[in-house]
Structure formats: structure tokens, C-alpha cells
Design a protein around this ligand. Structure first.
Ligand code: UD1
Length: 428
């Protein structure tokens, strides 16, 4: 666990423009799935650009409970994973319930070991409906699915799944990943329609192909997977974290500064960069780097609609809302992926923002001066957004429950301080 994680709150003092460069980590939402894919391999999976975030050791604990040897060097950012015991099919409950991404073990376990029994990931907060697409897809591939209050038991009769044609109701990131990982070792061809196509899914598919999987249509809405009998290991560099990139770029613009992010794929950030330009920011894209600088004549209002990729990412919506509190005029924000994301709005209002929510629409009128407040880091992105709000607020802001932020942002405090932000970790 990174040393910074021991204390539980961030104290932020606003007023300093952020200036400087951030070298991005590997993507949280990629590395956790790349780790799960090690369950499918006959050889070692060696990952680089592994972010130093607390979700990685939790996922490592899930996999260790499933007979995977995990060698993690947090400083070097490397992970080596190898299956040493292919018998367990039930990952440890305490680790599974701490991390939503543990659901990504379901497809690989059923495909490779013929069955899986999983506690509901994330417990009550996530709700029972949230893995129906995963389970319906596995059932279409011949699996027997038995759900109880506490867990889900999925079994492939005869130990093998069979290829199927599956059309997702919604392009779910997690369901797409699980079903692709199930399909790579199934008998025959699986066609997955209305698949999610987030860059992290592309990263996973490409690593699976490097392991010997046969996947067509990578990056598009229809994936066609021809099952193979076995997969090798791989050496793979985790793709850069586009959400981390967006968070620092927004922070630079918001605070009247200029932030450059390196090791970025600008093509993964098309809409966020366009929205920053629409807001008046000066955005410069170079090979492997993006710089965003605050407008000289004030931030302009923009409308943002979250949608599955290539739509505007829901994981950048709270940070963008903070920026729009400082725009001169009315901005609208529509959340189509996770309705609970608007729970952050109450905190923004407590800091002085003028935001009216109607269902999954929010209307922001600005600019409104923000003042320091005590916030709770409700989730990883709301926590980061709370810190951003604190960076433009008058007085001190205290963001509590920052273990959520530590789950997804490597060295958040250190990086903000390197950019000149007045942020520190405190016991609270
Ligand atoms: C992943 C990301 C998360 C991101 C989200 C959308 C990880 C670890 N997390 O989450 O950061 O915000 O993608 O980009 O990668 N749903 C169902 N039934 C299902 C599956 C999903 O109803 O079987 C619903 C969910 O409740 C949610 C929506 O679909 O409202 C999106 O979920 P999904 O795309 O699956 O996101 P996650 O994989 O959970």
C-alpha cells in the first residue's frame, strides 16, 4: 500500500494556478482486467506501467486466492502473474467485495476452470441488476447460472463454454470484458454485438491476441471471437490512463494555469479535449503529450452528455462539473451511465455552486465563487473532483474518505503538489 494511503483526508487550500507536467500512469480500468486475464494463460503474464493505486494489491489478493502467483513491484510498476494452482474457483470474499473489478474473474474462471462462485462484487452499493448482462451472456454460451442473495455460481457443463451470438442491451464495459475473456477459450465462434469499445477494452483484447486469442473487430461495436484451446503468457504495457489525463488537464484550466500530460493517447480523449476547447482552453496536442491552458478571457459554458466511449466519459463528469461552475453562463450536464454520479452535486452546492438537478440532467449557472467546505470523497472520481473544487475555492477544503481516491489515482497529492497545488494528506 502506498505510504500516502495511511491518513484519511486531503486538506486543500485554493488559489494557486497549477503549472507543470504530469507523466501518466497506466490505466486503472485496464490493469485490473489485464490481471484477471492472467487466469486464462498457460504461461506468465508480465505487465508494465502498472499504476501505484490501492486497487492493484486488492485485485492481486483476489487472484492469489485463485492460485495465481503474483510478484508486484510497486516502485518499478511491474506485475508478474502465473497460475500455479488451477483448482480454486471461489475467490476470497473479503477482497471481492472491496473491488468491483473482481467481477472480471468470472469469465476467465468459467472459461478455464469450468466454474466460478463469486460474492456479489461491491456488495449492496452496486445492486443485483448490475451484472445481469454478464450472466445472460454466459448463459447464452451454455453456462448454468444460479444466483443467491450473497453470491453467484456459474458452471459450464462438461467444463466448456460454447460460442454464441450475443447482443448486449447496453454496451457495458464489464460485461464486454467478461464475455470476451470467456469466449477466447470457448468451443467455436462468439459474436458480441453492441459491445463496449473503451480504450481499456482495446488494451485487453490486444493483450489477449498477443497471448494467442483470435479476436476480430477490436475497437468496434461488434467483436468476433474464435475460441482456441489454450493461451500463452504475454509481456504487456498497460495503456495510459485517459481519465487521469483528463483530471489533470481540467485542473490546469480550472485553476487558471497550464498543465501538460505526457504518455497520453490524445485519440482516446477526443471529446474531453473538444469540450475543453469549447470552454475556451488552449489545447495543444503533440506526439504523446497534451497541454491545456486556461483561457485569458474567462471559461465559457459548455454542454456535456456522458455516454459509452467514444462519448464523453462518465468518469470525467464530476471534474467537468467543477470546471463549469466557473464558466460564464449556463452549462448543462446529462449523465446517462451512472445516475448516482450526481450525488457529488450536493457537495458542490455546499461550496457555493449554483446547480439544479432534474433526473439525470443538471443545469449549472456560473461563474460562482466557491468557498472551502468539508467534503466526503464519495467515490474515486467525486473525491478527485472535490479536490479540484478545493483548488479554486477560498479558504480550506477538507476532503474525507480519500481511500476512494487512492484506489484510482497514483500519487495524487504528490503530483498536485509538483504542479504547485497546496494539497496535503492529513489525519481526520
Ligand atoms: C467501468 C469502469 C468505470 C466506468 C464504467 C463506464 C472499471 C473497473 N470501471 O465500470 O470506471 O465508469 O465502466 O465507463 O473498469 N449495467 C447493468 N447490467 C450489467 C452491467 C452494467 O445494468 O450487467 C449498468 C450499470 O449499472 C451502469 C451501466 O450499465 O449503470 C454501465 O456499467 P458498465 O459499463 O458495465 O461499467 P463497469 O464495467 O461497472
Amino acid at each position: 500500500m502506498p505510504p500516502e494511503s495511511r491518513a484519511s483526508a486531503f486538506r486543500v487550500r485554493g488559489g494557486t494556478p497549477l503549472e507543470g507536467t504530469v507523466h501518466l500512469s497506466g490505466a486503472k480500468n485496464s490493469v485490473l482486467k489485464l490481471m484477471a486475464a492472467a487466469l486464462l494463460a498457460d504461461g506468465e503474464v508480465h505487465l508494465t506501467a502498472v499504476p501505484d493505486i490501492t486497487d492493484v494489491p486488492v485485485m492481486a489478493a483476489v487472484l492469489a486466492g485463485l492460485g495465481v502467483r503474483v510478484d508486484h513491484d510497486a516502485v518499478a510498476g511491474t506485475l508478474t502473474l502465473a497460475v500455479v494452482d488451477a483448482v480454486p474457483t471461489t475467490p476470497p470474499r473479503d477482497a471481492v467485495t472491496r473491488i468491483r473489478a473482481s467481477i472480471a474473474c468470472l469469465g476467465p474462471l468459467v472459461a478455464r476452470r469450468g466454474e466460478a462462485r463469486l460474492a456479489m462484487p461491491g456488495g449492496d452499493r452496486i445492486g443485483a441488476r448490475s451484472i445481469d448482462l454478464h450472466l445472460d451472456g454466459l448463459a447464452a454460451m451454455g453456462a448454468e447460472v444460479v444466483r443467491s442473495e450473497a453470491d453467484v455460481h456459474v458452471r459450464a457443463p462438461g467444463g466448456r463454454l460454447r460460442g454464441a451470438r450475443i447482443t448486449l442491451d447496453f454496451p457495458s464495459v464489464g460485461a464486454t470484458e467478461n464475455l470476451v475473456m470467456a469466449a477466447v477459450l470457448a468451443d467455436g465462434r462468439t459474436v458480441l454485438e453492441n459491445a463496449a469499445r473503451e480504450p481499456e477494452i482495446v488494451d485487453l483484447c490486444r493483450m489477449l491476441v498477443a497471448m494467442g486469442a483470435r479476436i476480430d473487430g477490436v475497437g468496434g461495436p461488434t467483436l468476433s471471437v474464435e475460441g482456441v484451446p489454450r493461451l500463452d503468457g504475454a509481456v504487456w504495457e498497460t495503456c495510459p490512463d485517459r481519465i487521469e489525463a483528463g483530471t489533470y488537464l481540467v485542473a490546469g484550466v480550472l485553476t487558471g494555469g497550464r498543465v501538460r500530460v505526457e504518455r497520453v493517447r490524445a485519440g482516446d480523449l477526443t471529446l474531453p479535449l473538444r469540450k475543453l476547447r469549447d470552454a475556451g482552453a488552449e489545447v495543444v496536442v503533440e506526439d504523446g503529450a497534451v497541454t491545456a491552458a486556461a483561457p485569458r478571457d474567462g471559461i465559457r459554458p459548455v454542454d456535456v452528455v456522458t455516454l459509452p466511449y467514444p462519448g464523453f466519459p462518465t468518469d470525467l463528469q464530476p471534474q467537468m462539473m467543477v470546471l463549469l461552475t466557473q464558466a460564464d453562463g449556463i452549462s448543462r450536464c446529462t449523465e446517462n451511465v451512472f445516475e448516482s454520479r450526481f450525488s457529488f452535486v450536493d457537495q458542490l452546492r455546499a461550496m457555493g455552486a449554483d446547480v439544479v438537478v432534474d433526473g439525470h440532467h443538471a443545469m449549472l449557472s456560473g461563474p460562482t465563487p466557491l468557498h472551502g467546505a468539508e467534503l466526503s470523497g464519495l467515490d474515486v472520481r467525486a473525491g478527485a473532483a472535490g479536490v479540484l473544487a478545493g483548488l479554486v475555492a477560498s479558504g480550506d477544503t477538507l476532503v474525507r474518505d480519500v481511500h476512494h481516491v487512492d484506489r484510482g489515482y497514483a500519487g495524487f497529492v504528490a503530483r498536485l503538489r509538483a504542479l504547485g497545488g497546496d494539497v496535503e494528506r492529513v489525519d481526520a
